[in-house]
Design a protein around this ligand. Structure first.
Ligand code: SF4
Length: 452
Protein backbone atom coordinates (compact mmCIF):
# COMPACT_ATOMS: atom_id res chain seq x y z
CA UNK A 1 0.00 0.00 0.00
CA UNK A 2 1.44 3.37 -0.99
CA UNK A 3 2.40 5.82 1.77
CA UNK A 4 0.74 9.20 2.22
CA UNK A 5 2.67 12.46 1.97
CA UNK A 6 2.74 12.83 5.77
CA UNK A 7 4.01 9.27 6.25
CA UNK A 8 6.79 9.95 3.75
CA UNK A 9 7.59 13.30 5.41
CA UNK A 10 8.20 11.52 8.73
CA UNK A 11 11.04 9.56 7.11
CA UNK A 12 12.76 12.55 5.45
CA UNK A 13 15.64 14.52 7.11
CA UNK A 14 13.38 17.59 7.80
CA UNK A 15 16.20 20.08 7.27
CA UNK A 16 14.40 21.98 4.50
CA UNK A 17 17.68 22.51 2.65
CA UNK A 18 15.94 22.77 -0.72
CA UNK A 19 18.50 20.71 -2.66
CA UNK A 20 15.75 18.47 -4.04
CA UNK A 21 14.37 21.41 -6.00
CA UNK A 22 11.47 22.25 -3.69
CA UNK A 23 11.81 24.50 -0.63
CA UNK A 24 10.76 22.10 2.13
CA UNK A 25 10.87 18.42 3.00
CA UNK A 26 7.08 18.48 3.34
CA UNK A 27 6.63 19.78 -0.20
CA UNK A 28 9.04 17.11 -1.45
CA UNK A 29 7.10 14.42 0.45
CA UNK A 30 3.86 15.56 -1.19
CA UNK A 31 5.49 15.40 -4.62
CA UNK A 32 6.81 11.91 -3.91
CA UNK A 33 3.38 10.75 -2.82
CA UNK A 34 1.89 12.13 -6.04
CA UNK A 35 4.52 10.33 -8.12
CA UNK A 36 5.87 13.68 -9.36
CA UNK A 37 9.37 13.41 -7.89
CA UNK A 38 12.04 10.76 -7.47
CA UNK A 39 13.48 9.85 -4.10
CA UNK A 40 17.01 10.12 -5.54
CA UNK A 41 16.52 13.92 -5.72
CA UNK A 42 17.16 14.12 -1.96
CA UNK A 43 20.81 13.32 -1.24
CA UNK A 44 20.27 13.06 2.53
CA UNK A 45 17.76 10.20 2.89
CA UNK A 46 19.16 7.43 5.09
CA UNK A 47 19.50 3.90 3.68
CA UNK A 48 16.88 2.71 6.15
CA UNK A 49 14.41 5.36 5.04
CA UNK A 50 15.24 4.64 1.39
CA UNK A 51 14.21 1.02 1.76
CA UNK A 52 10.98 2.02 3.49
CA UNK A 53 10.19 4.68 0.90
CA UNK A 54 10.99 2.63 -2.15
CA UNK A 55 7.43 1.65 -2.81
CA UNK A 56 6.03 5.13 -2.21
CA UNK A 57 8.60 6.85 -4.39
CA UNK A 58 8.43 4.42 -7.30
CA UNK A 59 6.52 5.74 -10.33
CA UNK A 60 2.96 4.41 -10.26
CA UNK A 61 3.59 2.69 -13.60
CA UNK A 62 6.87 0.81 -13.44
CA UNK A 63 9.42 1.92 -16.05
CA UNK A 64 11.22 -0.90 -17.80
CA UNK A 65 13.58 -1.50 -20.71
CA UNK A 66 13.37 -3.94 -23.60
CA UNK A 67 16.81 -4.48 -25.10
CA UNK A 68 20.28 -3.92 -23.78
CA UNK A 69 22.12 -0.73 -22.77
CA UNK A 70 21.65 2.56 -24.61
CA UNK A 71 19.62 1.01 -27.41
CA UNK A 72 16.92 -0.30 -25.07
CA UNK A 73 13.35 0.78 -25.64
CA UNK A 74 12.00 2.30 -22.44
CA UNK A 75 8.32 2.03 -21.68
CA UNK A 76 6.17 2.82 -18.61
CA UNK A 77 7.23 5.35 -15.99
CA UNK A 78 4.13 7.47 -16.61
CA UNK A 79 2.83 9.71 -13.85
CA UNK A 80 -0.17 11.54 -15.32
CA UNK A 81 -3.48 10.74 -16.95
CA UNK A 82 -3.33 13.67 -19.37
CA UNK A 83 -0.34 15.15 -21.15
CA UNK A 84 -1.17 18.74 -20.19
CA UNK A 85 -0.91 17.86 -16.45
CA UNK A 86 2.83 17.40 -16.80
CA UNK A 87 4.08 15.29 -19.69
CA UNK A 88 4.04 11.72 -20.97
CA UNK A 89 7.43 10.14 -20.42
CA UNK A 90 8.28 7.13 -22.58
CA UNK A 91 6.88 7.01 -26.14
CA UNK A 92 4.80 4.00 -27.16
CA UNK A 93 6.97 1.33 -28.76
CA UNK A 94 5.82 0.44 -32.26
CA UNK A 95 6.32 -3.22 -33.13
CA UNK A 96 5.86 -5.15 -36.39
CA UNK A 97 4.82 -8.78 -36.43
CA UNK A 98 6.64 -11.63 -38.16
CA UNK A 99 5.66 -15.27 -37.81
CA UNK A 100 7.26 -18.65 -38.41
CA UNK A 101 4.34 -19.38 -40.74
CA UNK A 102 5.44 -16.67 -43.17
CA UNK A 103 7.61 -17.38 -46.20
CA UNK A 104 11.23 -16.31 -46.02
CA UNK A 105 10.58 -13.60 -48.60
CA UNK A 106 7.73 -12.13 -46.52
CA UNK A 107 9.88 -12.11 -43.40
CA UNK A 108 12.79 -10.50 -45.23
CA UNK A 109 10.54 -7.78 -46.63
CA UNK A 110 9.17 -6.87 -43.20
CA UNK A 111 12.61 -6.81 -41.63
CA UNK A 112 13.83 -4.67 -44.51
CA UNK A 113 10.94 -2.22 -44.01
CA UNK A 114 11.67 -2.10 -40.31
CA UNK A 115 15.26 -1.15 -41.03
CA UNK A 116 14.60 1.26 -43.87
CA UNK A 117 11.42 3.16 -43.01
CA UNK A 118 12.86 6.21 -41.22
CA UNK A 119 11.66 9.79 -41.26
CA UNK A 120 13.48 12.98 -40.33
CA UNK A 121 11.39 15.52 -38.47
CA UNK A 122 12.62 18.58 -36.55
CA UNK A 123 16.04 17.01 -36.25
CA UNK A 124 14.78 13.68 -34.94
CA UNK A 125 14.80 10.31 -36.68
CA UNK A 126 11.41 8.66 -36.37
CA UNK A 127 11.08 4.89 -36.88
CA UNK A 128 9.44 1.72 -35.54
CA UNK A 129 11.17 0.20 -32.53
CA UNK A 130 10.52 -3.53 -32.21
CA UNK A 131 9.86 -6.74 -34.04
CA UNK A 132 7.34 -9.17 -32.56
CA UNK A 133 8.35 -12.73 -33.48
CA UNK A 134 5.40 -15.13 -33.20
CA UNK A 135 5.35 -18.90 -33.09
CA UNK A 136 2.39 -20.23 -35.07
CA UNK A 137 3.70 -23.57 -36.34
CA UNK A 138 4.52 -25.08 -32.94
CA UNK A 139 8.01 -25.92 -34.20
CA UNK A 140 10.56 -24.80 -31.57
CA UNK A 141 13.56 -25.02 -33.93
CA UNK A 142 11.81 -22.95 -36.61
CA UNK A 143 10.84 -20.33 -34.04
CA UNK A 144 14.34 -20.15 -32.63
CA UNK A 145 15.81 -19.75 -36.14
CA UNK A 146 13.37 -16.93 -36.89
CA UNK A 147 14.13 -15.15 -33.61
CA UNK A 148 17.87 -15.41 -34.33
CA UNK A 149 17.38 -14.04 -37.83
CA UNK A 150 15.39 -11.07 -36.51
CA UNK A 151 18.06 -10.43 -33.89
CA UNK A 152 20.85 -10.45 -36.45
CA UNK A 153 19.10 -8.44 -39.15
CA UNK A 154 17.68 -5.74 -36.90
CA UNK A 155 20.54 -4.03 -35.23
CA UNK A 156 19.30 -1.84 -32.43
CA UNK A 157 15.65 -2.86 -32.44
CA UNK A 158 13.96 -4.64 -29.57
CA UNK A 159 12.50 -8.14 -29.71
CA UNK A 160 9.16 -9.45 -28.50
CA UNK A 161 9.15 -13.26 -28.52
CA UNK A 162 5.63 -14.66 -28.69
CA UNK A 163 4.67 -18.17 -27.62
CA UNK A 164 2.68 -19.35 -24.65
CA UNK A 165 4.43 -22.71 -24.77
CA UNK A 166 7.54 -22.67 -22.53
CA UNK A 167 9.14 -25.48 -24.59
CA UNK A 168 8.92 -23.34 -27.72
CA UNK A 169 9.67 -19.97 -26.13
CA UNK A 170 12.59 -21.22 -24.01
CA UNK A 171 15.22 -21.99 -26.70
CA UNK A 172 14.49 -18.79 -28.67
CA UNK A 173 14.56 -16.69 -25.49
CA UNK A 174 17.90 -18.15 -24.42
CA UNK A 175 19.35 -17.63 -27.91
CA UNK A 176 18.36 -13.96 -27.75
CA UNK A 177 19.05 -13.43 -24.03
CA UNK A 178 21.76 -10.84 -24.76
CA UNK A 179 19.07 -8.66 -26.39
CA UNK A 180 16.85 -8.72 -23.29
CA UNK A 181 13.68 -9.57 -25.24
CA UNK A 182 10.16 -9.16 -23.95
CA UNK A 183 8.71 -12.64 -23.40
CA UNK A 184 5.05 -12.95 -24.35
CA UNK A 185 3.05 -14.16 -22.54
CA UNK A 186 2.56 -15.61 -19.08
CA UNK A 187 -0.97 -16.91 -18.60
CA UNK A 188 -2.80 -18.81 -15.88
CA UNK A 189 -1.59 -22.06 -17.45
CA UNK A 190 2.12 -21.31 -17.85
CA UNK A 191 2.88 -18.57 -15.28
CA UNK A 192 5.34 -20.61 -13.20
CA UNK A 193 7.38 -21.86 -16.17
CA UNK A 194 7.56 -18.44 -17.84
CA UNK A 195 8.42 -16.73 -14.56
CA UNK A 196 11.37 -19.12 -14.20
CA UNK A 197 12.47 -18.44 -17.80
CA UNK A 198 12.21 -14.63 -17.40
CA UNK A 199 14.24 -14.84 -14.19
CA UNK A 200 16.86 -17.08 -15.78
CA UNK A 201 17.60 -14.68 -18.66
CA UNK A 202 16.71 -11.45 -16.76
CA UNK A 203 14.09 -10.48 -19.33
CA UNK A 204 10.83 -8.56 -18.93
CA UNK A 205 7.70 -10.70 -19.05
CA UNK A 206 4.33 -9.90 -20.62
CA UNK A 207 1.29 -11.16 -18.72
CA UNK A 208 -1.97 -11.98 -20.47
CA UNK A 209 -5.25 -12.24 -18.60
CA UNK A 210 -8.71 -13.15 -19.85
CA UNK A 211 -9.90 -9.94 -18.17
CA UNK A 212 -8.60 -7.38 -15.68
CA UNK A 213 -9.41 -9.52 -12.62
CA UNK A 214 -7.44 -12.44 -13.99
CA UNK A 215 -4.62 -10.08 -14.94
CA UNK A 216 -4.53 -8.70 -11.39
CA UNK A 217 -4.33 -12.21 -9.94
CA UNK A 218 -1.49 -13.11 -12.29
CA UNK A 219 0.62 -9.99 -11.66
CA UNK A 220 0.13 -10.40 -7.90
CA UNK A 221 1.38 -13.96 -8.17
CA UNK A 222 4.33 -13.04 -10.39
CA UNK A 223 5.48 -10.06 -8.30
CA UNK A 224 5.16 -12.30 -5.26
CA UNK A 225 7.57 -14.68 -7.01
CA UNK A 226 10.08 -11.84 -7.32
CA UNK A 227 9.42 -10.62 -10.88
CA UNK A 228 9.47 -6.86 -11.26
CA UNK A 229 9.43 -6.06 -14.98
CA UNK A 230 5.97 -6.98 -16.21
CA UNK A 231 3.97 -5.79 -19.23
CA UNK A 232 0.19 -6.11 -19.23
CA UNK A 233 -2.15 -7.53 -21.87
CA UNK A 234 -5.76 -7.41 -20.70
CA UNK A 235 -6.75 -9.84 -23.45
CA UNK A 236 -9.19 -7.36 -25.04
CA UNK A 237 -9.29 -7.49 -28.83
CA UNK A 238 -12.14 -5.13 -29.70
CA UNK A 239 -11.69 -1.36 -30.01
CA UNK A 240 -14.19 -0.44 -27.28
CA UNK A 241 -12.95 -3.00 -24.78
CA UNK A 242 -9.26 -2.32 -25.28
CA UNK A 243 -9.85 1.43 -24.88
CA UNK A 244 -11.82 0.80 -21.69
CA UNK A 245 -9.15 -1.52 -20.30
CA UNK A 246 -6.33 0.88 -21.11
CA UNK A 247 -8.09 3.67 -19.25
CA UNK A 248 -9.05 1.48 -16.28
CA UNK A 249 -5.45 0.23 -15.96
CA UNK A 250 -4.02 3.78 -16.08
CA UNK A 251 -6.59 5.12 -13.61
CA UNK A 252 -6.10 2.21 -11.21
CA UNK A 253 -2.32 2.64 -11.25
CA UNK A 254 -2.23 6.42 -11.00
CA UNK A 255 -5.29 7.45 -9.08
CA UNK A 256 -5.73 4.41 -6.81
CA UNK A 257 -2.03 3.50 -6.59
CA UNK A 258 -3.08 -0.06 -7.36
CA UNK A 259 0.28 -1.81 -7.74
CA UNK A 260 -0.93 -5.02 -9.49
CA UNK A 261 -1.85 -2.89 -12.53
CA UNK A 262 1.10 -0.48 -12.22
CA UNK A 263 2.89 -1.71 -15.35
CA UNK A 264 3.06 -0.63 -19.02
CA UNK A 265 0.78 -2.39 -21.49
CA UNK A 266 1.15 -4.24 -24.78
CA UNK A 267 -1.67 -4.02 -27.32
CA UNK A 268 -2.45 -5.80 -30.57
CA UNK A 269 -4.19 -3.79 -33.29
CA UNK A 270 -2.88 -6.57 -35.59
CA UNK A 271 -5.34 -8.98 -33.97
CA UNK A 272 -8.32 -6.60 -34.16
CA UNK A 273 -8.61 -6.06 -37.92
CA UNK A 274 -7.19 -7.15 -41.26
CA UNK A 275 -7.65 -3.70 -42.81
CA UNK A 276 -4.32 -1.79 -42.70
CA UNK A 277 -6.02 1.62 -42.46
CA UNK A 278 -8.27 0.46 -39.63
CA UNK A 279 -5.24 -1.02 -37.92
CA UNK A 280 -3.46 2.33 -38.15
CA UNK A 281 -6.49 4.09 -36.68
CA UNK A 282 -6.59 1.64 -33.76
CA UNK A 283 -2.87 2.06 -33.22
CA UNK A 284 -3.33 5.82 -33.25
CA UNK A 285 -5.97 5.51 -30.52
CA UNK A 286 -3.65 3.30 -28.47
CA UNK A 287 -0.68 5.66 -28.86
CA UNK A 288 -2.89 8.39 -27.43
CA UNK A 289 -4.49 6.18 -24.81
CA UNK A 290 -1.71 4.63 -22.88
CA UNK A 291 -0.36 1.80 -25.03
CA UNK A 292 3.16 0.93 -23.90
CA UNK A 293 3.63 -1.12 -27.07
CA UNK A 294 1.41 -1.46 -30.14
CA UNK A 295 1.96 -4.45 -32.38
CA UNK A 296 1.15 -3.96 -36.08
CA UNK A 297 0.70 -6.65 -38.72
CA UNK A 298 2.81 -4.70 -41.22
CA UNK A 299 4.07 -1.20 -41.95
CA UNK A 300 4.11 1.03 -45.01
CA UNK A 301 5.39 4.58 -45.19
CA UNK A 302 1.90 6.08 -45.44
CA UNK A 303 0.64 4.18 -42.37
CA UNK A 304 3.74 4.42 -40.20
CA UNK A 305 4.61 8.09 -40.71
CA UNK A 306 1.36 9.55 -39.26
CA UNK A 307 1.67 7.23 -36.26
CA UNK A 308 5.24 8.27 -35.60
CA UNK A 309 4.31 11.91 -35.93
CA UNK A 310 1.36 11.53 -33.55
CA UNK A 311 3.63 9.77 -31.07
CA UNK A 312 6.25 12.51 -31.31
CA UNK A 313 3.65 15.20 -30.71
CA UNK A 314 2.04 13.44 -27.76
CA UNK A 315 5.30 12.59 -26.03
CA UNK A 316 7.02 15.97 -26.29
CA UNK A 317 6.94 18.04 -23.14
CA UNK A 318 4.14 20.62 -23.56
CA UNK A 319 5.88 22.95 -21.10
CA UNK A 320 9.17 22.91 -22.96
CA UNK A 321 9.14 23.94 -26.63
CA UNK A 322 11.48 21.97 -28.85
CA UNK A 323 14.54 24.13 -29.35
CA UNK A 324 17.70 24.20 -31.46
CA UNK A 325 21.04 25.28 -30.01
CA UNK A 326 21.91 28.96 -30.44
CA UNK A 327 24.77 29.56 -32.89
CA UNK A 328 25.90 29.99 -36.48
CA UNK A 329 24.74 27.30 -38.88
CA UNK A 330 26.48 26.80 -42.22
CA UNK A 331 24.10 25.75 -44.98
CA UNK A 332 25.53 24.55 -48.31
CA UNK A 333 29.15 25.56 -47.60
CA UNK A 334 28.90 29.38 -47.39
CA UNK A 335 31.86 31.74 -47.86
CA UNK A 336 32.69 35.31 -46.91
CA UNK A 337 30.27 36.70 -49.51
CA UNK A 338 27.29 34.49 -48.62
CA UNK A 339 24.08 35.95 -47.23
CA UNK A 340 23.49 36.02 -43.46
CA UNK A 341 20.00 35.33 -42.15
CA UNK A 342 18.76 35.23 -38.58
CA UNK A 343 15.87 33.35 -37.00
CA UNK A 344 14.63 32.03 -33.64
CA UNK A 345 15.59 28.68 -32.11
CA UNK A 346 12.08 27.13 -32.18
CA UNK A 347 12.97 23.75 -33.75
CA UNK A 348 10.18 23.80 -36.29
CA UNK A 349 11.14 27.32 -37.41
CA UNK A 350 14.80 26.34 -37.67
CA UNK A 351 14.14 23.21 -39.70
CA UNK A 352 11.70 24.90 -42.06
CA UNK A 353 13.98 27.92 -42.62
CA UNK A 354 17.14 25.83 -43.01
CA UNK A 355 15.28 23.47 -45.38
CA UNK A 356 14.18 26.36 -47.59
CA UNK A 357 17.69 27.83 -47.63
CA UNK A 358 19.09 24.45 -48.57
CA UNK A 359 16.45 24.14 -51.29
CA UNK A 360 17.49 27.51 -52.74
CA UNK A 361 20.98 26.11 -53.42
CA UNK A 362 22.46 29.43 -52.33
CA UNK A 363 25.03 28.74 -49.62
CA UNK A 364 24.16 30.86 -46.59
CA UNK A 365 24.91 31.55 -42.95
CA UNK A 366 21.97 31.10 -40.63
CA UNK A 367 22.18 32.72 -37.20
CA UNK A 368 19.95 30.98 -34.68
CA UNK A 369 19.14 33.15 -31.69
CA UNK A 370 18.12 31.48 -28.42
CA UNK A 371 14.50 32.51 -27.85
CA UNK A 372 13.80 29.69 -25.40
CA UNK A 373 12.16 27.70 -28.16
CA UNK A 374 9.65 30.40 -29.12
CA UNK A 375 8.77 31.16 -32.74
CA UNK A 376 9.78 34.52 -34.24
CA UNK A 377 6.44 36.30 -33.62
CA UNK A 378 5.97 34.92 -30.10
CA UNK A 379 9.59 35.60 -29.20
CA UNK A 380 9.32 39.17 -30.46
CA UNK A 381 6.13 39.69 -28.42
CA UNK A 382 7.88 38.22 -25.35
CA UNK A 383 10.89 40.53 -25.78
CA UNK A 384 13.26 37.71 -26.76
CA UNK A 385 13.66 38.63 -30.42
CA UNK A 386 13.87 42.42 -30.16
CA UNK A 387 16.78 44.59 -31.33
CA UNK A 388 18.25 44.70 -27.82
CA UNK A 389 18.37 40.87 -27.71
CA UNK A 390 19.56 40.26 -31.27
CA UNK A 391 22.31 42.92 -31.45
CA UNK A 392 24.52 41.53 -28.64
CA UNK A 393 24.16 38.04 -30.12
CA UNK A 394 25.19 39.20 -33.62
CA UNK A 395 28.20 41.04 -32.13
CA UNK A 396 29.36 38.12 -30.01
CA UNK A 397 28.59 35.11 -32.20
CA UNK A 398 31.56 35.67 -34.51
CA UNK A 399 29.71 36.08 -37.81
CA UNK A 400 31.62 39.33 -38.46
CA UNK A 401 34.81 37.27 -38.78
CA UNK A 402 33.24 34.92 -41.30
CA UNK A 403 31.83 37.43 -43.84
CA UNK A 404 33.27 40.48 -45.59
CA UNK A 405 29.92 42.23 -45.98
CA UNK A 406 27.69 43.55 -43.20
CA UNK A 407 24.21 42.67 -44.39
CA UNK A 408 21.77 40.87 -42.12
CA UNK A 409 18.44 39.45 -43.29
CA UNK A 410 15.78 39.37 -40.58
CA UNK A 411 12.44 37.50 -40.80
CA UNK A 412 9.59 39.44 -42.40
CA UNK A 413 7.54 38.96 -39.24
CA UNK A 414 10.19 40.93 -37.31
CA UNK A 415 10.19 43.87 -39.77
CA UNK A 416 9.16 46.21 -36.96
CA UNK A 417 12.57 45.91 -35.27
CA UNK A 418 14.62 46.81 -38.36
CA UNK A 419 15.10 50.52 -37.50
CA UNK A 420 16.03 49.85 -33.92
CA UNK A 421 18.35 47.02 -34.97
CA UNK A 422 20.18 49.33 -37.38
CA UNK A 423 20.76 51.69 -34.45
CA UNK A 424 22.07 48.86 -32.29
CA UNK A 425 24.23 47.47 -35.12
CA UNK A 426 25.44 50.62 -36.91
CA UNK A 427 27.92 48.68 -39.09
CA UNK A 428 25.21 46.40 -40.46
CA UNK A 429 22.61 46.97 -43.15
CA UNK A 430 19.36 45.29 -42.09
CA UNK A 431 17.24 43.75 -44.84
CA UNK A 432 13.73 42.47 -44.26
CA UNK A 433 13.30 38.94 -45.50
CA UNK A 434 10.04 37.23 -46.47
CA UNK A 435 7.32 36.54 -43.91
CA UNK A 436 6.83 32.99 -45.15
CA UNK A 437 9.75 30.56 -45.20
CA UNK A 438 8.49 29.21 -48.53
CA UNK A 439 9.48 32.51 -50.18
CA UNK A 440 13.10 32.34 -48.97
CA UNK A 441 14.52 30.67 -52.13
CA UNK A 442 13.11 33.39 -54.40
CA UNK A 443 14.31 36.08 -51.98
CA UNK A 444 17.84 34.67 -51.86
CA UNK A 445 17.99 34.45 -55.65
CA UNK A 446 17.05 38.14 -55.80
CA UNK A 447 19.68 38.90 -53.15
CA UNK A 448 22.31 37.11 -55.20
CA UNK A 449 21.29 38.84 -58.44
CA UNK A 450 21.40 42.28 -56.78
CA UNK A 451 24.87 41.60 -55.47
CA UNK A 452 26.12 40.87 -58.97
FE1 SF4 B 1 14.42 17.87 2.65
FE2 SF4 B 1 16.04 16.26 1.27
FE3 SF4 B 1 14.68 18.15 0.01
FE4 SF4 B 1 16.66 18.84 1.63
S1 SF4 B 1 16.85 17.66 -0.25
S2 SF4 B 1 14.61 19.78 1.50
S3 SF4 B 1 16.49 17.28 3.19
S4 SF4 B 1 13.84 16.43 1.09
Amino acid sequence: MALTGIEIFKKLPKTNCGECGVPTCLAFAMKLAAGQAELSACPYVSEEAKAALEEASAPPIRPLAIGPGDKALKIGGETVMFRHEKRFVNPTGIAVLISDKMSEAEVDLRLQKLNELKFERVGLTLQADLVAVKSETGDAAKFEALAKKAKEKLDGKGLVLMSENPQILGPAAKACADRKPLLYAATKANADALAALAKEISAPLAVKGGNLDELTELTTKLTGAGLKDLVLDSGARTPAKILEDQIVIRRAALLKKFRPLGFPTITFPCEMTTDPMKETLLASMLVAKYGGIVVLADIEGHTLFPLLLERMNIFTDPQRPMATTQGIYEIGGPNENSPVLITSNFSLTYFIVSGEIEGSRIPSWLLVKDTEGLSVMTAWAAGKFGADAIAPFVKKCGIADKVKHRKLIIPGYAAVISGELEEELPDWKISIGPREAGHIPAYLKMWKAEKK
